[in-house]
Design a protein around this ligand. Sequence first.
Ligand code: UTP
Length: 291
Amino acid sequence: MATKKIRKAVFPVAGMGTRFLPATKAVPKELLPVVDRPLIQYAVDEALEAGIETMIFVNGRGKGAIEDHFDMAFELEATQAARGKSVAALEGTRLKPGNAVFVRQQEPLGLGHAIWCARDIVGDEPFAIILPDEFMHGAPGKGCMKQMVDAYEQTGGNLICALEVPMEQTPSYGVLDPGAQSGALTEVKGLVEKPAAGTAPSNLIIAGRYVLQPEVMKILETQEAGAGGEIQLTDAMASMIGDQPFHGVTFDGQRFDCGSKAGYIEANLALALEREDIGAHIREFAKKLVG
Ligand code: UTP
């Protein structure tokens, strides 16, 4: 099907990261490393792999270090060069000039509000959203956003990443009311944000990745606060169902909820074990540790 190319991704990074205090008092949650790459770097790499060019960061106060991360580190690079040392590790931290755009969300009024803050930069074209604290680990060349963009080229419309969780966890998430399923695609009949215990329409949650049509921005403009008193992206998306195609994509890969401490530690352990330089050492250490 003929679809407009997904050229832009929005990264909402203006939240306060309260679950990681005090670590996130002065350091943005999105710069916490999994082994030696910050969460936001994995998210940007995932977007680049999917063919996305423009990265739009919705930033908040105290999060300027994210902007520095994607800038040139002139002194560091010059010093390393003078010492004859490699700066290969910085590969990927510099985007093409003009391809990193920063906008401010002055108050953390919710994910929907954060996305709406990027409306003028997104403009009138479909776009991706990546929540960097949901760390999606796919096979090389087959990251989560690449899988979603590939699916989008078949379905058009709107897509969210869908993930099965134990039913008792559904009150913490946006939940799908699923329709027909075909391979990795599930039709979305409805969406509900943080349903009360025992009321979720399924155990399929929205897992931090979206491909949306620009009409969502118009809806967000007048969206009232929803669950938790926040302006919810889920509510705006729910009101588009029926007018436009809406599908969930099941990600073929591993997902780590790095907004939670346990998920963050799991991600570090899993990625460390995969590494050629430290994997064997960590495996031996972990074996000794657990007896
Ligand atoms: P989270 O709720 O997981 O992040 O929002 P948080 O609020 O920073 O973390 P806790 O719950 O206090 O520990 C998901 C994503 O949406 C962004 C966050 O930065 C995170 O990447 N977000 C959330 C915003 O940009 N603005 C908001 O108003 C809310």
